[in-house]
Design a binder for this molecule. Structure first.
Ligand SMILES: Cc1cc2nc3c(=O)[nH]c(=O)nc-3n(C[C@H](O)[C@H](O)[C@H](O)COP(=O)(O)OP(=O)(O)OC[C@H]3O[C@@H](n4cnc5c(N)ncnc54)[C@H](O)[C@@H]3O)c2cc1C
Length: 440
């Protein structure tokens, strides 16, 4: 990795909850040559640059690192995302975390969820399932997003992540390498650029992808905190209403994750005032049994967020390929999906490990081999993620229906008599070649 030669003597340090992570919180200013009328930024050369230090970006960097390939992660924020709530990970996600060497560290902090129960908005139980009865190998745990990111970042060498580094422009240079320009003026040329920059990905936009589409409902989410221990059994609790549905799941001995999805004709304005968010959530569920309201009340304000839900379907023949020259997409940047299957982050983890196994050997060969590897990644991943995004969308659309007659059929026939858990979780079966357990 080429070293930066900063003209400015200061590095910016940013706060983190984990002192071991302080080494990653560096922002290096660009190297510039100043003349009286012009400032020319020198180009830094890299082999692999990853845009975005979310789950996709960090898991890709960790997988590359395991195969002995260094990478530079550019993140627009000043530090790792420390807010946010939690994510439920199924056995496919856990298998990937294991091969990255972080599964057990996370497992030790989060409860294994045994099953799920579905109730109506008046508290009538419709159905319950036990995961292991359906599939002995299933593993379901919710993890705090913050902790997942910190755990992955700790696997990387010092200075692997550059914060306050927002990608502003991207193009292919005359040598076929990808040229990146950051909003602070830094210019980087890289053999491979991996776009892990989430649902509003600049890399995807540059490749010709359309904006993700709003699906007609939003989600409030929060992480309730019970300092003296939370009182819930280890199962996911779903509540189905009319045009509104909610759920909660114990994450750890002291934390409970909850969400409320509600129909809304438009995404609405961005609201950040936590009190407004809490009041709007409580208004939606005010006639429901008090248990969920109490959980919302036990939620620290700063963890409550409201997200308009979006997805993008990768229609064959219409959607651009996932790679362009030496640039490729991973995670939400490529395939934003609604959270109805709890698979967005799991798929980002899968993408990372599949991509890296193909890319690492190709880097030793040359540009043609790299492009072949990126195409092979897309060809392997597309048949898995396209149907998943469609399925998640359809399930969400059905569960958000408001018509009382349709809801009565759902509550009296569909859920109690027809649905089976096994087929609903078949998508969590995922096989891949494990990464080497000692670093190459
Ligand atoms: C309500 C809800 C519930 C969900 N629940 C689950 C669940 O239970 N299980 C599950 O598996 N998934 C779940 N998901 C999906 C999951 O959150 C996403 O799939 C996952 O976070 C995608 O990770 P990512 O790294 O691709 O993107 P992100 O997490 O969005 O990370 C992108 C990163 O790129 C950075 N970035 C963006 N633009 C730039 C730029 N120009 N320059 C530099 N950096 C940039 C961002 O700051 C960010 O850090 C849920 C999603 C929602 C909305």
């Amino acid at each position: 990795m080429a070293a930066l030669l900063p003209l400015h003597s200061h590095f910016l340090h940013h706060k983190t909850s984990d002192p071991k992570l302080s080494q990653y919180y560096l922002t290096k200013p660009p190297k510039t040559i100043k003349s009286t009328s012009l400032t020319i930024a020198c180009i830094r050369k890299e082999e692999v640059v990853i845009i975005g230090a979310g789950i996709a970006g960090l898991s890709t960097a960790v997988s590359l690192h395991r195969l002995g390939v260094p990478s530079l992660v550019l993140e627009q924020a000043e530090s790792l995302r420390t807010g946010g709530t939690s994510l439920t990970l199924f056995k496919n996600g856990w298998k990937v975390l294991d091969t990255m060497g972080v599964g057990d560290e996370l497992r030790s902090q989060y409860l294994e969820i045994q099953g799920m129960v579905i109730k109506t908005e008046i508290g009538r139980e419709l159905r319950s399932f036990t995961f292991k009865e359906e599939d002995q190998t299933q593993e379901v745990r919710a993890v705090e997003r913050r902790r997942l990111l910190e755990t992955l970042a700790k696997q990387l060498p010092v200075d692997s992540i550059c914060f306050s580094s927002k990608l502003a422009k991207i193009k292919v240079d005359k040598d076929g390498e990808t040229l990146l320009e950051l909003s602070n003026g830094t210019r980087i040329s890289s053999k491979v650029v991996i776009g892990c920059d989430g649902i509003r990905s600049s890399v995807a936009k540059w490749m010709g992808f359309s904006e993700p589409k709003y699906v007609g409902y939003c989600a409030f989410r929060g992480l309730a905190d019970y300092a003296n221990g939370q009182p819930f059994g280890p199962r996911v609790n779903y509540i189905y209403g009319k045009g509104i549905r909610a759920g909660y799941v114990p994450v750890s001995p002291t934390k409970v994750y909850w969400f409320v999805c509600f129909n809304s004709p438009s995404p609405g304005p961005k609201i950040t005032d936590p009190l407004v968010l809490k009041n709007q959530t409580k208004e939606l569920i005010k006639k429901w049994p008090s248990e969920l309201q109490n959980i919302v009340d036990a939620t620290p304000d700063d963890t409550i967020i409201r997200t308009p839900l979006v997805d993008r379907w990768l229609w064959p023949g219409f959607s651009p390929p996932a790679s362009l020259g030496g640039a490729v997409l991973v995670g939400d940047a490529w395939h934003p999906m609604t959270p109805n299957l709890g698979q967005g982050a799991c798929c980002a983890l899968e993408d990372a490990v599949v991509l890296v196994q193909k890319l690492a050997p190709a880097l030793k060969v040359g540009p043609m081999a790299i492009e072949d590897a990126l195409r092979s990644y897309q060809n392997e991943r597309w048949p898995r993620i396209f149907p998943m995004a469609v399925r998640a969308n359809v399930i969400g659309a059905v569960l958000q229906l408001e018509n009382p007659l349709v809801c009565a059929v759902r509550d009296n026939v569909l859920v109690p008599k027809l649905i089976r858990l096994g087929p609903m979780l078949e998508h969590t079966n995922f096989e891949f070649d494990p990464l080497p357990q000692t670093r190459v």
